[in-house]
Design a protein around this ligand. Structure first.
Ligand code: FAD
Length: 536
């Protein structure tokens, strides 16, 4: 029986196990591997401090058994792709197909602020609410950080705090929501933003948009590049990062690049789904949709008679407000105007995390009675549209181009003969060529298209993991989807990119073709920035 190893015990992992159970005519041997024995349903943790809900958890071994799988307590640490072997905290596990669904790590984004990551932080919020009711706290800022995060809980916490303050008749409390978005909950399109804006106004919550919070200290939240918001407490959402996994290509932030079927780019029999992928929107519903696409592909790969359908992202959010929730829905590839929002149900069952297999499965566990068919809801459109590259870029970290032509461009300063290697080249070959060309990094290109960058630091990491130089491949150790600049970009812009991402080498591209490499020292030495020192 083919062995499918699913690393993870969260939303994407469970959806995948359930999907494989439904799709496979002959059962596969499906193993879930996770370091935590329970599955946590985290979205409801926002309601806990207000006594409006509870973040439930379930034993993973029972859930896995119900999904036709078995659960192993352990942690994925790396992968030997050639040997089809996962390196884990409980030894090597052989697989036919591996699905990586290990989620993302939540890291504090605003020094000095309280970070709300979910169930572990509900007591912190309870403490702040007690201070508000006791009259000791008068102004609270809720922060959506820049970068990869799931913004909804910041809005929910702000709205529920406003309702809590009203319910306790506390006077003189001001709430402010700080976000880098152009409009509140921008991803949910026009209807979503308008609905949330109205709610924020009704609850008298001030909104500061296009703002990046950098630090909370001395009674004020500092914004970058400038601005201060006086407040007594700051509650910030975390930024998400992917943990390092030896032998897999990862982006700068640790995410795994996948194609539309969840296959990890450049690797055979390795798939990924959920927050660990480089798909820019980190959300439970998106995680299940990726898991469904990957499961179809895995089932077909192992002999099931089906044509795998690619991932077509639809964003569904249930916004808790302290009274009637709002349902928000947007097909990410469609126009922002086609979004839907309102107090009426837009999907069924009305779960916060929507998964084709997971929602009914969890609803049954929770004891909910489900009708056989989905109630039809007027106004719901069922159009699934492919996400275009332009939309992806719009939802990802935007790559701002300078508005005015600067004096010196990247093309004037870059090295024009970058070392370009192939994804299949071994690390030994790459190291030889780097030494021969006397450079600290190589661009990795597939049929002329830049897909990654490999630096001397990556080589060090690989050799420290005891890989063999003539077996390990560039594609397994490179940083995938690297940050790039076009030849015509201004030098100041390129330096800002390197500062933001803390990198020292920036590939320069013409379209998708690598045509140069820009080094940090060289770039800085040509600009005014050299006056302020390099910082290393
Ligand atoms: C407070 C809060 C509210 C949210 N609200 C919503 C909402 O309303 N709607 C929505 O759709 N989404 C919401 N989300 C986001 C949603 O929870 C995540 O997007 C979703 O859980 C991602 O699924 P995942 O499977 O990728 O990761 P997770 O669900 O995080 O699962 C990761 C799993 O991998 C395991 N793991 C970690 N490291 C390893 C390793 N090395 N090896 C093996 N296993 C590992 C973990 O123990 C865990 O079991 C919310 C999140 C939070 C924190």
């Amino acid at each position: 029986m083919p062995h499918v190893l699913i690393a993870g015990g969260g939303v994407a992992a469970l959806e995948a196990a359930l999907a494989l159970q439904a799709l496979a005519p002959d059962p596969f041997d499906v193993e879930l591997l996770g370091p935590e024995p329970r599955f946590w349903y985290r979205p409801m943790s926002v309601a806990e401090p207000f006594g409006l809900g509870e973040a439930r958890h379930y034993e993973l071994s029972s859930l896995a058994a119900e999904a036709g799988a078995h659960f192993t307590l352990g942690e994925l640490q790396g992968v030997d792709v050639a040997a089809h072997e996962a390196r884990t905290s409980v030894g090597a596990i052989a697989y036919d197909v591996l699905l990586v669904a290990i989620g993302a790590s939540a890291v504090a984004a605003v020094p000095g602020a309280e970070t709300f990551r979910g169930p572990a932080d509900t007591d912190t919020i309870r403490g702040i609410l007690a201070e508000v009711v006791g009259g000791h706290v008068h102004r609270i800022a809720f922060v959506v950080p820049s970068g990869a995060t799931w913004a909804l809980p910041a809005y929910e916490l702000a709205l529920m705090t406003a309702s809590h303050v009203r319910a306790h008749d506390v006077e003189g409390v001001e709430l402010v929501l700080v976000t880098p978005e152009e409009e509140p909950l921008q991803l949910f399109g026009r209807a979503g933003s308008d609905a949330v804006q109205r709610l924020l106004e009704e609850h008298e919550i001030e909104v500061v948009t296009l703002a990046t919070a950098s630090e909370f200290s001395y009674g004020a939240l500092s914004l970058s590049p400038e601005g201060r918001i006086p407040c007594d407490r700051v509650i910030a959402l975390p930024r998400l990062r992917g943990p390092r996994l030896d032998g897999l290509p990862q982006t700068l932030d640790g995410f795994l690049p996948v194609d539309g079927h969840g296959s990890v780019v450049g690797l055979e029999d390795v798939y990924a789904a959920g927050d660990i992928t480089s798909f820019p929107v980190k959300q439970g519903g998106i995680a299940t949709q990726l898991a469904d696409a990957a499961s179809q592909s895995i089932a077909a790969r192992l002999g099931a008679d089906l044509v795998p359908q690619p991932f077509r992202p639809v964003l569904r959010g249930m916004l808790l407000t302290g009274s009637t929730p709002r349902y928000l829905r947007r097909e990410l590839g469609a126009s922002a105007e086609s979004a839907l929002a309102g107090p009426e149900l837009l999907w069924w069952p009305p779960a916060k995390i929507v998964g084709r297999y997971l929602s009914p499965f969890l609803a049954r566990l929770a004891g909910a009675e489900l009708p056989a068919s989905i109630p039809s809801v007027e106004g719901t459109v069922e159009i699934e549209v492919e996400l275009t590259d332009r939309e992806l870029e719009r939802h990802g970290a935007p790559r701002h181009e300078p508005e005015e032509a600067p004096d010196e461009t990247v093309g004037d300063v870059m090295s024009t003969e970058p070392l370009v290697v192939a994804p299949e080249d071994t690390l030994g070959e790459v190291a030889d060529r780097m030494r021969h060309s006397d450079v600290g990094c190589a661009a990795v290109a597939h049929y002329g298209r830049l897909i990654g960058i490999l630096t001397s630091r990556d080589l060090l990491r690989a050799f420290a993991a005891r890989v063999h130089p003539s077996e390990a491949r560039a594609r397994e150790w490179m940083t995938a989807d690297p940050v790039t600049v076009p030849v015509s970009a201004g030098l100041e812009h390129a330096i800002a990119q390197m500062d933001t991402h803390a990198i020292h080498h920036l590939p320069v591209v013409d379209g998708e073709r690598p045509v140069g490499m820009l080094g940090y020292r060289r770039a800085v030495s040509r600009t005014r920035a050299s006056d302020v020192g390099l910082g290393f």
